[in-house]
Design a protein around this ligand. Sequence first.
Ligand SMILES: O=P(O)(O)OC[C@H]1O[C@](O)(CO)[C@@H](O)[C@@H]1O
Length: 535
Amino acid sequence: MWDDLRRHHEAVKDRPILSLFETDPDRAARFSVRLGDLLLDWSKTNIDDEGRRLLLRLLDDARVADRREAMFAGARINETENRAVLHTALRNLDGGPVMVDGQDVMPGVRETLARMERFAAAVRDGREAGPGGRYADVVNIGIGGSDLGPKMAALALAPYADGPRTHFVSNVDPADIADVLRACDPARTLVIVASKTFTTQETMANAATARAWLAEHVADPAAQFVALSSALDRTAAFGIPPERVFGFEDWVGGRYSVWGPIGLSLMIAIGPEAFRAFLRGGQAMDLHFRSAPWEENLPALLALVGIWHNQICGHATRAVLPYDNRLMRLPAYLQQLEMESNGKGVAMDGSPLAVHSGPIVWGEPGTNGQHAFYQLIHQGTRIVPCEFLVAAQGHEEGLEHQHRLLIANCLAQSEALMRGRSLEEARRIMAARGLTGAELERQARHRVFPGNRPSVTIAYPRLDPFTLGQIIALYEHRVFVEGVVLGINSFDQWGVELGKELANALAPMVAGTQDTAGKDGSTAGLVAFLRMQGA
Ligand SMILES: O=P(O)(O)OC[C@H]1O[C@](O)(CO)[C@@H](O)[C@@H]1O
């Protein structure tokens, strides 16, 4: 199948994408899919009917439908950690039972959600307060999946935030926590320690710093702590009583955890009702993913477009470009979701991967990116497939004209990438400016846009909690499909372990309590230099 796709790509690779619209007036409709008001337009790619047919066959070859059902049914599809993968259960609000090892997990999920809702409501209305009164600030301390999801979503849903201010501390760099705590009143600050394992070095260091900060100012610092974790023994050892711990099971992966307790800071910010709407959006995408035929299935199609661009066309990166400023942290969130999930070199059985792993994901919101890296996207020698996200409406009343400018810019970019500008056109422009001869030719060449650069666009009415839920679940399932097709286990993350181990080994060397014997010359030299400079 991969060979068929590669042959097909060879045959079509120089064909202008624009020509596909000329030969097929229905192309935009035939290469777009909708789920309710969410639209995925993948027509500005070089995938034609034959390409689509071959790509869809990958799903059958990899038995994606079976794997999908195994995931939803609670099978231990995370084989290297022997775990089920059930973040979908967290948003299975009124669905049926979900069995793990013969036990329905839904009563526990509902109970934890209800506890979170009671707690969030109490924080918001002041029944749960600090010694100085109603909480004004909530500080979420966590990293990776225990930070990126709630942080991204809290920013995305800022127009719905009517609770206390939320802050996110993740980096072990003390600058991070110092900058946040400086702005908070200790007597009115709630600290949420979010860590699935409750062992993560950065989070534990920041939690200890927050505790020391509170201890300096209040009589009972522990009363202002909450933990979100699946390690209840460790949260107890830290001094957080069980009634202030929101637990979750090992079948919720860190980067898939925003839907459960890890989303508590978001729930406090936007309120339980809006949080439920977020869950409903995720659930709507789950139902679609499970029931829509592959040719109309948004996550599956998004995954296949990605596979076409990365594994078949050889474009190693993908830019995520939200024309929605509050999705500013979406690229960072997706970097963990996609690259920690599908950045693997071996297949499930341990054999080397037959094709490249998932793409390098990066991006920034438009229009800012236009004035930074779009130069390379338009004229650089490497092709960067782009993913645009755009809302029909913003939240800023009276500024609709500005929002329309945002939309125009978004659409202009995908059009420019596809259309490009030929040398003849560039020559005409230079001639109209009065240039002639060699100078005309030289200047014209700088103004050529090769075009034929692919993109997809995800459009929606407005970035509300439900829509954000749909978008995040869309990306989650896209990663799942891509992982199954590539033969990867998308749910472990062994690649982060070595650095953690070495950091622990280096810590005493940096502190000067152990020598650097056995380290390579560069590492030992850097330790010596930094110690000499006062480390
Ligand atoms: O929630 P924890 O256990 O502190 O882990 C934080 C993050 O660390 C990782 O395990 C790897 O760095 C992520 O997968 C996870 O989201």
